[in-house]
Design a protein around this ligand. Structure first.
Ligand SMILES: [Zn+2]
Length: 67
């Protein structure tokens, strides 16, 4: 098993920081996750939100009432 941060062999037994080799690498990985969360705002996309209170612009042709 290798440490995913520094790629050094990890001592598995009795290692409280596994799968990392040390507390330092564990904190580095934690920081990476935190940064990712800051960069990716999430599934929300406020730009595509449509206000329903707003009146629709009349860009459709009037309904034809021919018989
Ligand atoms: Zn490491």
């Amino acid at each position: 098993m290798k440490c995913p941060i520094c790629d050094q062999p990890v001592k598995w037994q009795g290692n409280p920081y596994r799968p990392f080799c040390s507390e330092r690498c564990k904190l580095i990985d934690f920081g990476r996750w935190a940064n990712e969360e800051y960069r990716v705002p999430g599934p929300e996309s406020p730009a595509t939100e449509i206000e329903t209170d707003e009146e629709r612009p009349v860009n459709a042709p009037p309904s034809l009432e021919e018989e």
